[in-house]
Design a protein around this ligand. Structure first.
Ligand code: PXG
Length: 303
């Protein structure tokens, strides 16, 4: 049996069976909080600073002041991975409004709670990376900027969960969520890209998406290969008629789509651009990032 995980809560490590927060925490009572999902590969944390910046931006947007510095937060992530002696895995970083009373007011909460879980994640079986996912359009829309900005990675993921239920009920692995205008926004936990005639496109942040860190890395990789990549409004039509479609996300990485709303994408197998970007992303993820252990730190300093 594997060792029980050590979980960081507010500066202290606890065995997973003892890692508990209050039932009066507003993260639980109201989904009042923010989170990040972060990957580490080969002893390095991938794009840690970007994840920490997004966490603090999400917190600021919901008027939550994180009681420690960004540097201390980064240390908490690295230290938790070390405490669990992991080199490849996934970190869930959660900041809740903290323990309060019954009643919505966040001003009754004493202090935000900070939770760091370092574990592993495997979203889709390897076979899906070879053959592609089945994806459908969901009727649940992405919430608008007028309610809560989709850029906030908040603890309230209910519309995404509802869309995921629809996708699974339809026999698919993922679901596309449209925005209020009916344009393609993103999937329940991934951003979406299409390729047509050798050119790439993905919805802009203004379409009401999470500004994905994997999305940004893939845009950089595609442009470095010389591909034209536009951030433009997309409709379902552009996905139906694309040569290639793929999704990006911290958990999913880069994953091909084989079928969308019963239409076969391209020839039904992952296309050449998708394959290139999958390989480029894997290479980037495995060779860059914040070192977790001293040996990696020394190697990074020497190179
Ligand atoms: N859109 C949404 C709505 C997300 O939640 C992404 C895009 C991709 O963003 P990054 O920065 O990760 O490239 C996400 C992130 C899961 C899971 O269990 C999914 C995410 C985060 C944590 C867990 O499917 N998605």
């Amino acid at each position: 049996m594997s060792q029980p995980l050590k979980i960081h809560i507010d500066g202290h490590l606890h065995d997973e069976a003892e890692a508990k927060i209050s039932v009066f925490d507003h993260g639980l009572l109201y989904g009042d909080g923010v989170f990040e999902g972060i990957r580490f590969y080969c002893g390095r944390v991938f794009r840690l600073d970007e994840h920490i910046d997004r966490l603090y931006d999400s917190a600021k947007a919901i008027h939550l002041k994180i009681p420690i510095s960004r540097h201390e937060m980064s240390r908490a992530v690295v230290d938790t991975i070390r405490a669990n002696d992991l080199r490849d895995g996934y970190v869930r970083l959660v900041v809740t409004r903290g323990t309060g009373t019954l009643g919505l007011s966040p001003y009754r909460c004493e202090r935000p709670s900070i939770i760091v879980i370092a574990s592993t994640i495997s979203l889709y079986p390897e076979e899906k990376y070879e053959h592609g996912l089945t994806v459908v359009t969901c009727s649940t829309r992405r919430p608008t900027h007028a309610s809560l900005s989709p850029s906030v990675k908040s603890l309230n993921y209910l519309s995404n969960v509802m869309a995921k239920i629809e996708a699974i009920a339809a026999g698919a692995e993922e679901g596309v969520m449209l925005n209020e205008a009916g344009h393609v926004a993103e999937c329940t936990g991934d951003n979406i890209f299409v390729a047509k005639d050798g050119k790439l496109a993905t919805p802009p942040v203004s379409a009401g998406i999470l500004d994905g860190i994997t999305r940004k890395a893939v845009i950089e990789l595609a442009r470095a290969r010389g591909y034209e990549l536009r951030e433009v409004e997309l409709t379902r039509y552009e996905i139906y008629t694309a040569d290639e479609v793929f999704l990006t996300g911290t958990a999913a990485e880069v994953v091909p789509v084989a079928k969308y709303d019963e239409r076969v994408i391209g020839d039904g197998t992952p296309g050449p651009i998708t394959r290139e970007l999958m390989a480029d992303f894997r290479n980037l993820a495995q060779t860059t990032g914040t070192p977790i252990y001293e040996t990696e730190a020394a190697a990074a300093a020497a190179s």
